[in-house]
Design a protein around this ligand. Sequence first.
Ligand SMILES: C[S@@+](CC[C@H](N)C(=O)[O-])C[C@H]1O[C@@H](n2cnc3c(N)ncnc32)[C@H](O)[C@@H]1O
Length: 478
Amino acid sequence: MLENLKSLGGCDNRGKVYCGENEIVREIYNDYLNSTKNIFDLYKKYDLKNSGIVKTELCENKEGTLLKHQKHLISYSHEWTPSMFKDSILFHLDLFINLDSYGLTLKDALPNNIVFNFSKPVFVDFLSILPIKDLENEDWLLQGYTSNKDLRYCVFETMFIPYFLIPFIILSRKNYSYFKNILFYKACNSGQNAPNWHDVGRSSGKSGLKNFIDLFLLKRSINKIKKNKFVDYCVEFKSLVEKTDLNVGSSGYSSYYEEKAENFNLSDFNNWQNKQKNVYKVLEEFKPETVLDLGANTGWFSILSEKMGAKVIATDIEIACLESIYSKAKKDNLNILPLNLSFEDLTKKLNGLSFDEKTDIGIYDDKNPIFLPATQRFKSDLVLCLALIHHLVLGMGKEIEEVIKTMAALTNKTLVLEFVGFDDEKIRQEPTFFKNLNKFSEQTYNLDLVLQIGKKYFNEVEILPSHPESRKLLILKK
Ligand SMILES: C[S@@+](CC[C@H](N)C(=O)[O-])C[C@H]1O[C@@H](n2cnc3c(N)ncnc32)[C@H](O)[C@@H]1O
């Protein structure tokens, strides 16, 4: 069975993870069978799924002992909104606090061990749970650690501070690109040094002195709150994080629907334009279980799709828009996962180190993914690409073929692509907004060309009216 499943890579010395059709399967290496069974018994006994640990079953069959975990969408910390990252920190601190009451802890503390079940964080690194006293057997963790304090501080110093706290401070300074880049390029086992305090300095932009004082005070408070009781430390750490204001403000795109007078009531069809009516009709007809809404803005079409029964991934590049989606999803418990992904990010991947079992030396392995591309993680029944193609082609200068090929890789069945023509009022009114406009003409960017390329990747195409009339909805089916 395992040989037919796709390996999810990783650097766990206790087992290997595979992606099954409906579950994540974890093979356990012989040396860790007994300890894994013990942890699983404690997981059951203390109902640890209620603390946010992924729902897990232990299966013993002729292939040996396997763990089967509930399958969630795989999203990474560099794709989360600031509030999602903050929630993941609070969740992780709560997990340390809850596990402490059962004499348990975690040998790792990394954002990559958390995924979001829409708006709820879930801890997925089952094999990093262990009795607190067993931390002393983790040689690799203790290298160079001389303090005789609670060893959980060592986990914090090696992982929690660099991979959670440092990016969080950078976030609080609103340097979103630096935040995204260090979580991606300096990921654990990428072969790069972990994020560190110099990154905070480098990310601080113009307000140098103020940031320096902030940083000094923050470092001092983190050191000051180190206590004999690790749980008290976590509680105080939580309150520092809770107090930190991550307000992202608004962007030019935050009131897009209000400005276009398209912020329609979702249940009042009468005022809808052709665009809303026809997307609704397509969702009614295809009844997709999963929808990927690219360039979702504040999520009008994501919420429509969710209300019609789909599980939705909503992507955009505007943090303020994504935060608005996350707060709605959290408040109303919507099956919508907002993610900060640009078009380029959809195909971006990163490989990392593999460790030699005997020497424990890590070498770069181009078959060991740290980050899988979105095209492998987010393939959906229906992809919405509404009012985005002109940003990608005329704005970013992408080839029409590259756009359609990427969309085709992301859909199992249907792509709803809204074509925005050269004569569109938005383009005529704000030509400077589209930085690559002068590289294209009506001959190189037009509906016929999009249809022609679309037919290379899809079997059928239907054209429906949108709004305003210069826009058309192309329904492309595989
Ligand atoms: C014109 S709005 C369309 C919103 C929504 N799809 C609709 O049709 O109602 C375009 C959206 O795409 C986002 N966007 C622009 N360039 C993008 C890119 N390269 N990758 C992802 N989103 C992008 C913008 O932030 C904005 O929210």
